[in-house]
Design a protein around this ligand. Sequence first.
Ligand code: HEC
Length: 464
Amino acid sequence: MKALSQLFKLIYSIWFVSTLSSCNKTPPQITPIKQVNWSDSISQYGSSSLGLELYLDQPDLNGRSCVNCHLSPTGFDLVFFGKSNSRAQDSIIIQRAVFDPQTGHGHVSIGDAYHIAAYLRSLRISTQTVPNNNSTVVPIPSGISPENVWNGTTPLTEMQINNWDFRNNIAISFEFPKWFAGDETNSLAHDNTDFIPEIDLLTAKEGDVSTAFEAYLIDPNNPNFLALMQTAHYSLTEGERHPGEHNYYNFTTSFDYQRWMATLYFQHAIDPSNNFNFGDELSPNISNFSIADALWDAGNIARRSQDNGDGTQEIDNRLQNELGWLYLGWLTNYGARNSFETQYLGTALKDYGEEHLATLVILKSMISRSDHSQLIYDDIFSLSYLSKDEWLAGAMNFACNHVINGLNNNNPRFILLQDDQKTVTLNNLGYTKQNIINNNFLDSTQKQNLIPLVDSIADFVTNM
Ligand code: HEC
């Protein structure tokens, strides 16, 4: 099978190159950028009924069809993030699709490109999509600035924290990754600030990932989507998932694998033919696996490229990628995944000068954790070194009393089940206490109020 497909690829390449080199004598066909009116040619020569098939199944010289990289079973992302000006959109589809032997850019013949463009045009009309001009994947949260969400002194309640609307109403000062980094004037395939990566996991891993992807293309329903995301996730080695450990140091490749999965995630989230939306969860136990893991993991690999390499492997645009992806991932489940949300995201926010937001994120994560999670206690420690100083006393007071009340009421949520969790927690509570004692902003009364609270939690944990 494999040899046969190689042979096919070879024959195809010879045909492809010879076809295209004959096009070479008619320059406008291979330098599409110079032809002004592509829309008319698409109407004249393009057949929308042929386009989807070509999008899915017409391999380029590297054996990859559009869907290998763009991943949407229908190409809907090209419509959704496309240009609202339909002439501009037509021309950009042609520019990107047509193979140019001089630059090596592009993928298919001009005839095929017309069909694909005609199909995408009809998809826009049938789905009544208003293209968003490659604006952000979800709206950038705007509204109240973090320092105005709370005054730092009014006692907090769990209900109040749950009403903080991070997705829509608490402003951030940084960007989310765009769908495409490039535009009609600039092809930026190697830029790493966007979703679509240069690699594709289908080619890199084949096997189970291809099988799950085929099933998803045939029926892109939520169960097939979950199965595909899980298969892709577990196709990675431990090192690929945690570069900097397991003797694996290729941070760029790891980061691209996660972006590939993140692309898969978001094309499904924007697709109008399913009922899945950003932030929805599909797995029965999200503390083990969340459908949105790739978003968080992309940010985490950016972070690791600074901390875990030998200092030379930091990926390009590291802090922007770290912060944008971690925050996007966090917005899906607010810490219910039980990763190190508050340490990692909190640190990135603090590094970026967003200490108020870091404090709010820690408080929200703490009340979103799953039952029995050690992270509830870790969040208290996170507050002790990441909180905005002016908010530390108030935030710490809420966090400690929240846990103490739960423990006093025998709420099983706060009970740690494993001995190693208790050991780590007691250590962290020790550091928490030190951080409070060493903090130069807190006055002695504030310290005298907080320290017994931390001690009291430590007593509970010791006796669990
Ligand atoms: C090898 C992977 C790969 C294949 C195959 C591929 N693309 Fe792309 N495509 C990309 C990447 C990566 C970007 C984003 C690059 C950038 O930002 O400049 C992109 C961007 C685009 C854009 C967006 C341009 C813009 O700025 O708005 C369009 C349209 C597009 N591709 C269409 C196609 C079509 C149609 C096909 C099939 C004929 C195709 N692509 C095949 C990787 C691929």
